[in-house]
Design a binder for this molecule. Structure first.
Ligand SMILES: Nc1ncnc2c1ncn2[C@@H]1O[C@H](COP(=O)(O)OP(=O)(O)OP(=O)(O)O)[C@@H](O)[C@H]1O
Ligand SMILES: [Mg+2]
Length: 256
């Protein structure tokens, strides 16, 4: 693993954050969550975001996905500067270009696996019928071909997260954003989920930004960025995904 200052790629990035700041008003007080973060993510990259609790990781992920707007700075997603778009336009970009994976899966309890995978299409006003084959292929990819009629309460935690991963890819997103996708899973199940994300990135050419506390999880990425106090503190590039956990732990120890 080598130290990497980043930058210097001429291909148009999938995602770009320029001097992004976010502060929250709490009555009289202003809390700064992000204090000027710049980041470029290229197509096919798997980027992990690490940093101590409260360093701004989730805030950054929300801004990158257009779930919330920055106080200052610009996010450009799939070539679209979000500050130039209306809220409705941002919602459409988010539905069509972004896949989300959360720590607690966020599946709808009344829908079965197949319907949960198709949910982003339903929300986008499309019918599932023309997408059945694609949904079946995604369920197969995540190892749940034989579970498509199961509801979330009939699936294990790891299986629910697999459904959530299939769902995140159903709209052929430009980018998938994951916040602690293994945070609620035991380490063996978590490792299987990471291997699945890594494989999906390699086989589908997907682009992933994943927030994690776990250096082993981060080791599956091609690049690890470290936030501290709302700023980018370090960046490591990982030429051997699945390895180099120790180097990531060393950087984390230096930040805390
Ligand atoms: N809606 C909000 N209102 C006020 N302050 C907020 C809000 N959301 C986040 N913050 C503050 O912004 C800072 C960054 O929060 P954030 O959730 O991004 O941290 P994090 O790195 O994801 O932490 P963790 O590892 O614990 O999930 C924290 O100090 C937090 O208290
Ligand atoms: Mg968080």
């Amino acid at each position: 693993m080598e130290f990497n200052e980043g930058g210097g790629n001429s291909v148009m990035p999938v995602l770009q954050a320029e001097n992004v700041q976010k502060s929250y008003r709490m009555g009289e007080l202003t809390v700064s969550a992000l204090a000027g973060v710049s980041l470029v993510v290229q197509k096919g990259e798997f980027v992990a975001v690490m940093g101590p609790s409260g360093s701004g990781k989730s805030t950054l992920l929300h801004l990158l996905g257009g779930l919330d707007g920055p106080s200052e700075g610009e996010i450009t997603l799939a070539g679209q500067p979000l500050s130039k778009l209306s809220d409705n336009q941002i919602t459409i970009v988010r539905r069509r270009k972004v896949g989300f994976i959360f720590q607690f899966y966020n599946l709808l309890p009344t829908l079965n696996a197949e319907e949960n995978v198709g949910l982003p299409l339903l929300i986008d006003g499309q019918s599932l019928a023309p997408h059945r084959a694609k949904i079946a292929a995604l369920l197969e990819r995540v190892g749940l071909a034989d579970r498509k009629h199961h509801r979330p309460d009939q699936l294990s935690g790891g299986q629910q997260q697999r459904v959530a991963i299939a769902r995140a890819f159903v709209n052929d997103p430009e980018i998938v954003l994951a916040d602690e996708p293994t945070g609620n899973l035991d380490s063996k199940t978590g490792t299987a989920i990471l291997a699945l994300l890594r494989r999906t990135c390699d086989e589908l050419g997907a682009t992933i930004v994943m927030v994690t506390h776990d250096p082993r999880a981060a080791s599956y990425a091609n690049r690890v960025i470290f936030l501290k106090d709302g700023q980018l503190a370090r960046e490591l590039s990982n030429s051997a995904p699945g390895h180099n956990t120790q180097a990531i732990m060393d950087v984390m120890a230096g930040l805390e």
